[in-house]
Design a protein around this ligand. Structure first.
Ligand code: S3P
Length: 167
């Protein structure tokens, strides 16, 4: 077993729900990077993007990631764009074991369509937007991951159990 476990993957791939389930089964603390940034800023991710822009959000994301170097025994779910910066990819690997939750476009759309406040998914064409973003990010998720899990068609509990069996 390792100390920290980090979940990376596209928006709507299930990082937060799977992270919570893992923390329950393994009895470890859980941290969601987006939630922590929202708490620190006292506003939503959408407001941060709208008012200060993506670059500001990305620099807060990196600062928060740096603070996680000190953690032990923690399950960390991350924002979908955390792998965009090379600095973050290196930090993720230093912090712990990185699990990439790989979901297909339909699975992602199903998870986000009813309640989407994500600033980068304000589009009339989910399939096109998500397919293009997935393609441009895929290599970054893959090169950061120690373990890759296919999540499409699986429930949260079985994804968490599959991760545990591979640690
Ligand atoms: C983003 C994903 C979001 C959030 C922000 C940007 C991205 O997190 O960090 O809206 O660039 O993919 P989730 O993956 O938790 O939705």
């Amino acid at each position: 077993m390792v100390d920290n476990i980090l979940l990376v993957g596209f928006m709507g791939s299930g990082k937060s729900v799977v992270g919570k389930q893992l923390s329950k089964i393994l009895d470890r603390n859980f941290i969601d990077t987006d939630e922590e940034i929202e708490k620190k800023e006292n506003r939503s991710i959408k407001d941060i993007f709208d008012i200060d822009g993506e670059n500001y959000f990305r620099s807060e994301e990196t600062k928060f990631l740096q603070s996680l170097i000190e953690k032990d025994n923690t399950i960390i779910s991350t924002g979908g764009g955390i792998v965009l910066k090379e600095q973050n990819r290196e930090l993720l690997k230093k912090i712990g074991k990185v699990i990439f939750l790989h979901a297909d476009v339909e699975h992602i759309i199903n998870n986000i369509k009813d309640n989407d406040t994500r600033p980068l998914l304000q589009t009339d064409d989910y399939v096109k937007t998500i397919s293009e973003m997935l393609e441009s990010r895929e290599d970054k998720y893959l090169s950061t991951a120690d373990i890759i899990i296919q999540t499409s068609g699986k429930d949260v509990k079985s994804i968490a159990e599959e991760i545990i069996s591979l640690l």
